[in-house]
Design a protein around this ligand. Sequence first.
Ligand code: A2P
Length: 318
Amino acid sequence: MKIVPLRTGAQMPMIGLGTWKLVGQEAFDATRSALQCGYRHIDCAPIYGNECDVGRAFAATIKSGMIQRAQLWVTSKLWNDCHRPEHVRPALEKTLADLELNYLDLYLMHWPVAHEHGVLRPENGKGFLSLSDAPLVDTWMAMVEARNRGLCRAVGVSNFSVKKIAQLIDATGEVPAVDQVECHPLLQQPTLMDYCRANQIVMTAYSPLGSADRPDAMKRVDEPALLQHPLIDAISKRLDINPAQVLIAWGVARGTPVIPKSANPKRQRENLAAADIELAADDLRAIDQLDRGYRFVDGTFWEQPGGPYTVTDLWDEA
Ligand code: A2P
């Protein structure tokens, strides 16, 4: 398995299993089959509502002797309702208990968005805390403290812009090891990627296949179908591979770890194998032309009447 070194010296496998949208027994089965077919990197979060199921799969696989904890890379994330510094460590401890682990390899701040404690998904503007009420820097320092105590080995962020990462670094001197963001040929994030590279931050790509199975409430009626894109389809047919493998191989070629979700063991194997597919320079260049800054996970759900967040401020884009 290809790996990418983090600034901490740790080695993160380039392909991980995304666990968003896996529910209950399906999350257990998918994690188990992924580990059995060779995945060593699993991407989790408490808001996915399945950390207990994923954790049962870790425990069963480790108990069977097939893998040891040290061979596994586990990422999880701090949910938005636990940004206040006093809530960070308990949130991480709950995730560890659910995942049946005693440390994480990587702990990310899931969004630069804060909620009132206990409000998982605000239904109106009142459930939020503004960034002056719950500064990202304070949350970040509490995460660093948890890392220093050994609860996780590296800390990072997710859905952060260059501006917000720079604010954390300027205020604390602590550089996030990773920024996990949506990334695929329609959203290539070139500015963020250059910034991350210059600052030894690994940019991980979520929703690399376009996340077509996400809830309808998060979808637009006219959204593009990434897996059916004509260029991706043409390359896949010519090389006799599938479109998901083209998308994953393109991400790996750019040096971004990629975390496709699949509940299906056959597709999991195909996705893992894509790390070893080398696309020709011409094909990579042609895919590079597809960027149109298109977000499938556009963050509009954080913009609510009377609330403190706007999409413009979220992504720091004009
Ligand atoms: P399934 O779980 O049934 O395999 P993303 O990783 O961007 O969130 O995309 C996940 C979606 O892509 C899911 O609907 C998943 O379906 C599907 N998917 C995952 N791997 C493949 C593949 N190799 N070919 C086609 N669809 C895939």
